[in-house]
Design a protein around this ligand. Structure first.
Ligand code: P6P
Length: 334
């Protein structure tokens, strides 16, 4: 009988390593796990609920169509967190401005940034989608958090993770001591430890990118993608092309199997499509703690100083050797 380690038991065991811990951080992680259960329930039966599939008719700050489940997930996370007294401010990919804690509630000393439902354009096609989150310490002076709390470099993250709503619902997170995956068991209503201390292979055989954009790519990017498709048994080429079009799903597969995901900048979108604060930084935190790497093709993602909460960044992320090789091509060294 596999040892049944719930996420609560796992977090408590980690918390015991820090006698000064107040339990606030652990409780914040439980709150996220709770929100994940509620979102997962709706995502998994969305197709059966009148009016949960489809568009809201509105667009978000990025001019993208907002799906009904996007709005639902965004609200669930905010409402699960706004009254706990653990957070001082939040920021969501779905909301233009930072999300303050209502005056009637106390503020805490943590900051939560999140993409409530990434890949939502895939919802109606029943493709895996995900929630991505980052946690920082409060740095601003005032009692209630501020925009500056949401503009910290990625290497100031104290935790990050994602929930993938796929063939099963999994919560993968890291608090700086290993990357751990928990699979949701609906029969007991718990996330159970299923992937302890995940390490990404140093080199993979998978590349993930939208080749439909290749006409706009730089010469370096084009050369790298051509390189991984060439036949050379000594370097395990050609790689396999795998692209789901849902970042959490593509990242999760590469984290477990090895490989590299690229959403590069190009002559149409020099900063690429993905958001630094809600997508690149949390996944960069995870992949580095799993032994991989994340860059914009030139610099480490977690070294980038954010100027705005919605800024985009090119992203090359995955197995250490694959990311370094992609950087060499992008920088014209190969
Ligand atoms: P494209 C989804 O909209 C998303 O933000 C990521 O989840 C995904 O990897 C990417 O965009 C897909 O973008 O341009 O290839 O459709």
């Amino acid at each position: 009988m596999a040892k049944l380690v719930t996420i609560e038991r796992h977090i408590m065991a980690k918390q015991k390593q820090f006698p000064s811990a107040t339990g606030d951080f652990s409780a914040l992680l439980y709150d996220i796990a709770f929100a994940a259960k509620v979102i997962g329930r709706e995502v998994n039966k969305a197709g059966l609920i009148e009016d949960m599939i489809g568009k809201t008719g509105s667009t978000n700050v990025h001019g993208e169509e907002v799906k009904k489940l996007d709005e639902f997930a965004d609200l669930i996370i905010y409402k699960s967190m706004d009254h706990t007294g653990r957070l001082c401010v939040m920021a969501s990919e779905e909301n233009e401005d930072v999300l303050h804690i209502p005056e009637k509630y106390e503020c805490g000393h943590y900051v939560l940034l999140y993409d409530p439902l990434d890949g939502s354009s895939n919802i109606d096609a029943n493709v895996s989608i995900g929630t991505i989150f980052s946690i920082y310490h409060k740095t601003s002076e005032g009692e209630r958090g501020a925009l500056e709390d949401c503009l910290q470099n990625g290497d100031k993250q104290i935790a990050a993770g994602y929930i993938i709503y796929g063939s099963s619902t999994m919560l993968v997170f890291c608090t700086g001591r290993g990357v751990h995956g928990f699979t949701y068991d609906p029969t007991v209503g718990e996330f159970l430890l299923s992937h302890e201390n995940i390490k990404i292979p140093k080199r993979g055989k998978i590349y993930s990118t939208n080749e439909g954009n290749s006409a706009h790519w730089s010469e370096g990017t084009k050369k790298y993608i051509e390189y991984v498709k060439q036949i050379d048994a000594a370097t395990n080429r050609p790689y396999s092309g795998r692209y789901i079009g849902s970042l959490v799903a593509d990242f999760h597969r590469n984290l477990l199997y090895g490989g590299v995901y690229l959403y590069p900048g190009d002559n149409k979108s020099p900063n690429g499509k993905l958001r630094l604060q809600y997508e690149a930084n949390p996944l960069a935190f995870l992949v580095e703690h799993a032994g991989g790497a994340a860059s914009d093709g030139y610099q480490r993602i977690m070294d980038i100083k954010p100027d705005s909460i919605h800024q985009r960044t090119p992203l090359v992320i995955g197995s250490l050797d694959d990311v370094k090789e992609a950087e060499d091509f992008i920088q014209g060294k190969k």
